[in-house]
Design a protein around this ligand. Structure first.
Ligand code: HEC
Ligand code: HEC
Length: 328
């Protein structure tokens, strides 16, 4: 194991330990809640326990006059600012989302979206600082999230349990997939992961039309699975994607070049280096050209630039790349 990889694993262990401890400490501190949620039912009551407990929704939200937090919108009917409780309000917002996206959003779809992708619709007058509740430290499971949706729907409306739980619409199913994928990737925050990607990876990789294509396009990388993706980041050279082999060229005058062979035509080849510079080389000037099967041009030391959190975040962002259009 290289030093960098070892360091990342060590950090992962430490972080995991810390999360477990913090989780334990928080549950201990906030005591008075209903039983801790090892087994949660997908019912409004199950969701109520999550809302006022493990989900920590109450640290930013209130429901009518229950609770005192004001950082996020009140989920009940409350004063002039909140004429509608969350159930009927979700139906109103769903109309806006349908217009904006061109897809038919139901009230449940809006609720699910607000938890799966909180940045997609930011309530007027508030900042985009709604927690990603399926990422650490809150780390709600899919089941817990469904329960919370049911609890919020019964604020002023009926909860369609089939739509929430067993027979989700296409839109909800897509968001549920996103939550499940993020949980499987260790519960990173895909929104932050996108920033990490833009800062560290997009100079070589493209997702949904953004970035460069020096390395493989990652728009549908999820189908290769979490394990493959995480190894590609931690040990780029372990398995080199076909068509992205590194070539090493020695010129007759002694100069050396390494990179991808991006053009081979007539008397010339192009070697594209890791920094994106292209060298056009005359074949007659080349002394030796060899494929290096052991070395990717993707940097091995990326993990040194990333914190463990960055790594988890970017991983969950990648696990979500299914190559489908979001319809926006
Ligand atoms: C760190 C503070 C914070 C936490 C924790 C938090 N939220 Fe939020 N939430 C916000 C803010 C701020 C907004 C408004 C901005 C936006 O729409 O993203 C919001 C918006 C929402 C909305 C949309 C409300 C509307 O009027 O359309 C819903 C629904 C919601 N949160 C549910 C939850 C649930 C359920 C939880 C717990 C599992 C939770 N939130 C935890 C801050 C938080
Ligand atoms: C200097 C260019 C460069 C940078 C920066 C870079 N990569 Fe790569 N990456 C490549 C190349 C080239 C390949 C193909 C060769 C290989 O498989 O190692 C690759 C392969 C991959 C693969 C496997 C793709 C497949 O289809 O097999 C993943 C996943 C990946 N990179 C993720 C990342 C992430 C995440 C980052 C940022 C943290 C990153 N890369 C930064 C150049 C780069």
């Amino acid at each position: 194991m290289s030093n960098a990889v070892f360091k990342v694993f060590l950090f992962l262990l430490l972080v995991l330990g810390a999360f477990l401890w913090v989780g334990h400490a928080i549950t201990g501190l906030t005591g008075g809640e209903k039983k801790s949620s090892a087994v949660v039912e997908v019912t409004p009551e199950g969701g109520e326990a999550i809302y006022w407990g493990k989900g920590r929704c109450f640290t930013c939200h209130s429901v009518g006059d229950r609770g005192s937090a004001v950082r996020g919108p009140n989920h009940g009917e409350f004063g002039e600012k909140f004429p509608l409780s969350m159930g009927p309000r979700a139906a109103e917002r769903a109309k806006e989302r349908s217009e904006k996206t061109g897809e038919e959003f139901t009230a449940v779809d809006y609720m699910v979206e607000s938890l799966a992708d909180p940045g997609a619709y930011v309530v007027k007058g508030y900042k985009n600082e709604m927690a990603v509740v399926y990422a650490p430290p809150i780390s709600l499971s899919l089941k817990e999230i469904k329960a919370v949706v049911a609890y919020l729907m019964v604020q002023g409306a009926d909860a369609d349990m089939a739509a929430i739980d067993t027979e989700p619409s296409e839109i909800s199913a897509r968001f549920y997939g996103r939550i499940a994928a993020a949980s499987a990737a260790g519960g990173g925050d895909p929104g932050k992961g996108q920033e990490v990607f833009e800062d560290n990876c997009s100079e070589c990789h493209m997702i949904a039309g953004e970035g460069e294509e020096l390395g493989p396009n990652l728009s549908a990388i999820s189908k290769k699975g979490v394990k493959f993706i995480s190894e590609s980041i931690l040990r780029p050279s372990k398995e080199i994607a076909p068509g992205f082999e590194t070539f090493q060229v020695v010129m007759k005058d002694g100069r050396k070049h390494a990179g991808l062979k991006t053009r081979d035509e007539g008397g010339e080849i192009d070697i594209t280096k890791a920094n994106g510079d292209v060298e056009t080389l005359e074949k007659t000037e080349i002394k030796e050209i060899a494929e290096n099967k052991d070395k990717s041009i993707m940097p091995e030391d990326l993990t040194e630039a990333l914190t463990v959190k960055d790594y988890q975040d970017v991983l969950s962002y990648l696990v979500m790349q299914k190559g489908e259009q979001k319809g926006e």
